[in-house]
Design a protein. Structure first.
Length: 260
């Protein structure tokens, strides 16, 4: 690598390549890294770690974006797998997935999240990996989701602060001693973030009562309805509680420990 050349950061998300949240993250990350984007062509929320086993995945260069970018007609895990195995000449220094529209706190949401899954795919390749998510007030969520992340000015400034924090976190992460463990650093940003926002080490909140509900079709079909669920008490500071304290939540997800 040339002495003055920036290391590569590979970005993905689950909200789609045209998401303002992804573009805001890329703008912040390019201060420290050469940015490459490999993101889903369309929204892939709640897809978890699904991979497209039975279809051919189209990959299209996105020349209108200011970074080397690929629109991939698959899941976040597909995107990272294809990028690492085919699109990049060398492994990136770090992978960032996000910024997700809405938080990815608690065990059920973490395991359902395409954002976390994209970061996990990179972690399984031994690459430092970050999942970043932005809490959105309930009254704004649907509008933001259906507008590719369009935000009012006051919330846009919060997103920019979150993106700058994630970029600096990535820069600091790659200076630490490398690990062979499959670790994802799960960052969740509160609805209001400033340059002075504190980050706290957390564990995933324990959550129940996320369920499907019946329609009016006499019990013949069901739809998923999101709720914030019921939290069970835990001794350590949870990711949800950190968000309520208006702090940035940092949870280390070490998938190497599963089954230990």
């Amino acid at each position: 690598m040339e002495r003055n050349k920036k290391p590569i950061a590979l970005l993905t998300n689950d909200d789609g390549i045209e998401s303002l949240f992804l573009k805001t993250l890329a703008e912040a990350v390019e201060e420290y890294f050469e940015v490459v984007v490999a993101a889903p062509k369309s929204e892939q929320s709640w897809i978890g770690r699904a991979m497209s086993r039975r279809k051919t995945i189209a990959v299209e260069p996105m020349k209108h974006l200011p970074w080397k970018a690929f629109s991939i007609d698959g899941t976040p895990s597909d995107c990272i797998n294809i990028a690492l195995g085919n699109l990049l000449d060398h492994p990136p220094a770090v992978v960032l997935s996000g910024i997700n529209i809405g938080y990815n706190t608690t065990l059920p949401l973490i395991y359902s999240s395409g954002t976390v899954a994209g970061a996990a795919e990179a972690a399984f390749w031994g690459i430092p990996s970050i999942a970043a998510s932005q809490a959105i007030p309930d009254f704004m969520f649907e509008k933001v989701t259906h507008s590719n992340g369009d935000l009012p000015d006051e919330m846009l400034e919060t997103l920019r602060h979150s993106a700058r924090h994630a970029a600096k976190f990535a820069k600091d992460l790659i200076t630490k001693s490398p690990t062979t463990n499959a670790i994802v650093h799960n960052l969740n940003y509160p609805a209001e973030v400033t340059s002075n926002s504190k980050m706290k080490q957390t564990v995933p909140a324990r959550l129940g009562k996320l369920s499907f509900y019946g329609s009016d079709n006499k019990g013949k079909d069901y739809n998923f309805r999101f709720s914030h669920g019921t939290e069970h008490p835990i001794e350590k500071l949870s990711d949800r509680e950190a968000i309520r304290q208006n702090c940035i939540s940092h949870t280390v997800l070490d998938f190497s420990l599963l089954g230990s």
